[in-house]
Ligand binder design. Sequence first.
Ligand code: ZN
Length: 187
Amino acid sequence: MLQGAALAVLPYSLLPGPRAGEPPRAPDHPPGVWEPADPSNYTAAEGPAPRSVDLVVIHVTQTTYRNTLSVFRDPGKKVSAHYVVRSADGLVAQCVRERDIAWHAGDWDHNTRSIGIEHEGWVDDPDWFTDALYEQSARLTAAVCARHGLPKDRAHIIAHHEIPGTDHTDPGPHWDWARYLALVNSA
Ligand SMILES: [Zn+2]
């Protein structure tokens, strides 16, 4: 579930300005499609140095794939994630570049050090967690771990609900962590 950054603690200079006329980008994860979030909904990287990432945060959207993308495109929502995985076929949409800071974890510290992956579905309905969704998400997470040098384990691939202070429950009790970690490690 989406949880924006606490803007009150954001230094104003980190807020992105409009970037009109930017050309479309290829996704960092080549099987994916580029579905950009509005620049008002994340913090653009400054300078060429990559940020240090040590967490992948697993979310469930509590709404549809299509609606999630429209929320990220809405400049008033102040929320985003790097990726959204579609239930029916595992299609991966990238909405924020990995070098930029998506607003998904609920606090600035966790946003700055993580990649956020949303999964289409509802926490109380495991039918949304299809084989295709698990498989394509696992490939994505394995690739993210490889790009950022992260061990593919539960210390580095965490649930949104494991972030201290959050009131969010996703991905919920039906998310099959044993299956997911096995897929990530065999991808
Ligand atoms: Zn969440």
